[in-house]
Design a binder for this molecule. Structure first.
Ligand SMILES: *Cc1c(COP(=O)(O)O)cnc(C)c1O
Length: 430
């Protein structure tokens, strides 16, 4: 039986799964499936837990928009006081559309284009997190053209191993992200010479889904060494951005408590009086969302039983992409459970379209399943592969539910394509 404790807003009432005070069966009836469902209470609790842990210091919590950029969710985060970590001009436009304060935006990412830099300068963001020397000169050039100043930080690779999945480990020496630790001082000196660059901060982001405190402590200690060295050179760092990466429970992981995280960091920060910045994504939204799906067919092969569901890798790619594990539970519990082992598979024509393998479930055609912990890197990574429409999204608060993203229509799917061709011409006609 699934342990629901990591998902505080989920509970069974009699045999029925509820999110807050709403039955998921009711949501499926109203909105159809597949459906992303988010709990506002879980989201706001996760955000507040973060902000309260650092209440004793000036701290800016910049939610990583890439985890889930839905406008309604961003708006709720704005209302809770969040800032934002963005990785593209598109994400910045989302933040601005949601009413976010550009003075609480940090801009990360290894490949910022000139257009994106100019857009962000004009929007007057808080800071660029620079990831290479070439980017430093590009930002200088853009700022100079606009006759503006750019506030910058360097994303330094402290070269600590976060002991997480290699695809989501980003702070090692040979990572494409950030600048090598050994070159950081030199880059700060160069930046200090540039007319339109204002050195503000230093940042790092060592990976994602980290459940061990030590890599964060090691990273902080290395960054503090740099801050000290810079101070001796007369370069003052006014904010320290420790990135995101805090893990959550998907299966049986024990996440780092925010209290322990804050205590470990704050106790080492006596020598630094500047502002703190964090960039959590998954920790804020991951366990605030689930993907609701319907079983289409049960199918038996010699070695496997498949539960073929109406959600697929185009809706949730993490299992296929990272071999990620998501808890899958029945929305209606049968009184006399006969559990069978299923591979829960989607309709997409790929062998890798498996949302969960070897799951003990009691289910049949027409039943609903909930795929848990899918608030982060779920809908935002969805695609139209196999000409499938992206799922609708619903936000729940107590006994209220709000549609925050419509299911895509066929017209949405072909919107970018030029249908002139269908009537006027064919390339073979002469
Ligand atoms: C992805 C990312 C984050 C958020 O990571 P989580 O693991 O979701 O907390 C924060 N900062 C940067 C630079 C990132 O690339």
């Amino acid at each position: 039986m699934a342990n629901l404790t990591p998902f505080p807003e989920l509970s069974y009432r009699q045999q029925e799964l509820y999110i807050e005070d709403i039955s998921l069966t009711d949501l499926a009836t109203i909105y159809g499936t597949p459906l992303y469902v988010y709990s506002y209470s879980a989201l706001s609790k996760a955000y507040r837990e973060f902000s309260e842990a650092f209440a004793s210091r000036e701290t800016m919590i910049c939610y990583a928009v890439k985890a889930n950029g839905n406008l309604a969710l961003l708006r709720e985060l704005v209302m809770l006081g969040a800032g934002f970590d963005i990785v593209s001009a598109g994400e910045l436009k989302r933040v601005l559309k949601a009413g976010g304060d550009p003075q609480k935006v940090v801009f990360s990412g290894v490949g910022k284009s000139k257009e994106e830099i100019i857009f962000a300068l004009n929007a007057n963001i808080f800071c660029f997190n620079i990831e290479s020397e070439a980017e430093l000169y590009r930002i200088q050039e853009c700022a100079s053209e606009l006759n503006m100043d750019a506030n910058v930080s360097f994303r330094v690779n402290p070269d600590v191993d976060p002991k997480t999945h290699p695809y989501i480990s980003t702070g090692l020496k040979n990572s494409k992200f950030g600048v090598p630790f050994d070159t950081a001082i030199d880059l700060y000196k160069k930046a200090n010479q540039l007319n339109n660059i204002i050195i503000k901060g230093i940042d790092c982001h060592i990976g994602s889904q980290i459940t061990d405190l030590n890599p964060f402590i090691e990273a902080l200690e290395r960054i503090l060494e740099l801050i000290d060295e810079l101070k001796h050179l007369g370069i003052i760092i006014s904010h320290l951005d420790l990135g995101g990466g805090l893990g959550i429970t998907y299966k049986d992981e024990s996440p780092i408590s925010l209290a322990a995280y804050a205590e470990a960091l704050l106790s080492r920060l006596h020598g630094f009086s500047g502002k703190l910045v964090f960039e959590p994504g998954r920790r804020i939204i991951g366990n605030s969302g689930l993907l609701l799906t319907k079983v289409e067919f049960l199918k038996h092969s010699p070695e496997h039983q498949f539960a073929i569901v109406d959600a697929a890798m185009n809706d949730l790619v993490r299992p296929s992409l990272y071999d990620a594990w998501h808890e899958i539970i029945e929305v209606t519990r049968q009184p006399n459970l006969t559990l069978n082992e299923f591979d829960v598979a989607g309709p997409v024509c790929e062998t890798g379209d498996i949302l969960g393998s070897k799951r003990k479930l009691s289910t049949k055609s027409g039943d609903l399943l909930a795929i848990l912990s899918t608030g982060a890197y779920g809908s935002v990574m969805s695609s139209n592969y196999n000409a499938r429409s992206r799922a609708a999204e619903v936000l729940v608060y107590k006994d209220q539910h709000y549609l925050i993203s419509q299911r895509e229509s066929f017209d949405d799917l072909i919107r970018r394509e030029l249908t002139d061709f269908l009537t006027q011409s064919s390339l073979t006609k002469t």
